[in-house]
Design a protein around this ligand. Structure first.
Ligand code: ADP
Ligand code: TRP
Length: 325
């Protein structure tokens, strides 16, 4: 079984990215041949138009992922654009993709609904993602909830290609993690870079505490009992808490008679302790840049070997690259 996932280098990773996607990637590591994780720089090109910033983001993404527990002995980490086969497969898939399927995809649809002009890159984004998945015979794709639609697209186009040309591609499945399904941001909405409500995994500790203290809460009196399940602060706290701490906190909510400031402080302490080992690992990789390059190169080598095999299979099936090798 092969697990594959990608994440865009569009900024520093936040708690939503970690609990929604990265933690699952880490949990599903096994053998470097069977766990493929990549930094989706070609996808990021649809939003990041400054080369220096993109290069820095890619580097930060690699360091963040290694810090957060991606282990090069148990997974292959690589940069998407190091595998040129992926854009070749994208074309083959585009030829079996109905326009309507892409028109329904949310990134494009939302941009259009807001009256903005979308470029063809954004329109075709889901097919590049489908190619990312299909190119390595991936079985499972751990992602956050909002990416499930794209995995369905990948299944659809792989199915269409198979229908036309025989049993060429493995049909992938998405996998979401229950608890991290939707991490709320500091304003109570879904945590997302686009909403400016994020708390990054590696924010400097003082700044992190400040952000936590600014999380929006309601103004009900302290004594009033509260429902923990609907409170974003509690939702954040339980990401870091043990079962016992969770139960205690839920009981406190139901009893009432507490201040949100006290909960925020506990959240800050819990988050700080939780990410402490990750901070140390990240610092280690940051001070060993050649090691990081080697990890990314070796990852790309393994990915390319598999990609070449699958691309050739697809080309042979649909009748291109027909000169004898
Ligand atoms: P952002 O919304 O900040 O731009 P991305 O779209 O780059 O984040 O998301 C990268 C990955 O992290 C995706 O798999 C996505 O589903 C997951 N993710 C992002 N935000 C959250 C969140 N608040 N809760 C759960 N998962 C999330
Ligand atoms: N579109 C994904 C995101 O924004 C990133 C991504 C690109 C991806 N290719 C992928 C995720 C392939 C899983 C599999 O988060």
């Amino acid at each position: 079984m092969r697990v594959l996932s990608g994440i865009q280098p569009t900024g520093r990773f936040h708690w939503g990215n970690y609990f929604g996607a990265i933690r699952q990637m880490v949990d599903m590591q096994g053998e470097p041949e069977n766990a493929f994780y990549f930094i989706a720089d070609l996808h990021a090109l649809t939003t990041v138009r400054e080369p220096e910033r993109l290069r820095a983001n890619i580097r930060d993404a690699a360091l963040d992922l290694l810090g957060l527990g991606l282990d090069p002995r148990r997974a292959s980490l690589f940069i998407q654009s190091e595998i040129p086969e992926v854009t070749q497969l994208t074309w083959l898939l585009l030829t079996v993709t109905p326009m309507g399927l892409l028109e329904r995809c949310h990134a494009f649809k939302e941009k259009k609904a807001r009256g903005l002009t979308a470029d063809a890159g954004l329109f075709n984004y889901p097919i590049l993602m489908a190619a990312d998945i299909i190119l390595y015979d991936s079985d499972q794709v751990p992602v956050g909830e909002d990416q499930l639609q794209h995995i369905e697209v990948a299944r659809d186009v792989a199915g269409s290609f198979n229908h036309l040309y025989g049993d060429v591609f493995v049909l992938p499945k998405g996998k979401i993690l229950e608890k991290g399904g939707k991490v709320p941001g500091t304003d109570g909405e879904k945590m997302s870079k686009s909403y400016g409500n994020t708390i990054e995994c590696f924010t400097e500790l003082k700044a992190q505490r400040k952000k936590i203290m600014r999380i929006q809460t309601d103004s009900r009196p302290m004594e009033e009992p509260k429902d923990p399940e609907t409170d974003p602060l509690y939702q954040l706290y339980i990401l870091f808490a043990s079962e016992e701490q969770k139960a205690e906190m839920a009981a406190l909510y139901r009893r009432g008679g507490f201040g949100y400031g006290q909960i925020k402080k506990e959240l800050a302490d819990a988050a700080e302790a939780y990410f402490a080992p990750a901070r140390e690992r990240r610092a280690y990789f940051e001070s060993h840049p050649d090691l990081v390059d080697d990890i990314l190169r070796e990852g790309a080598q393994r990915a390319r070997a598999k990609a070449a095999e699958v691309l050739l299979r697809a080309q042979a099936a649909c009748g291109v690259r027909s000169l004898p090798k």
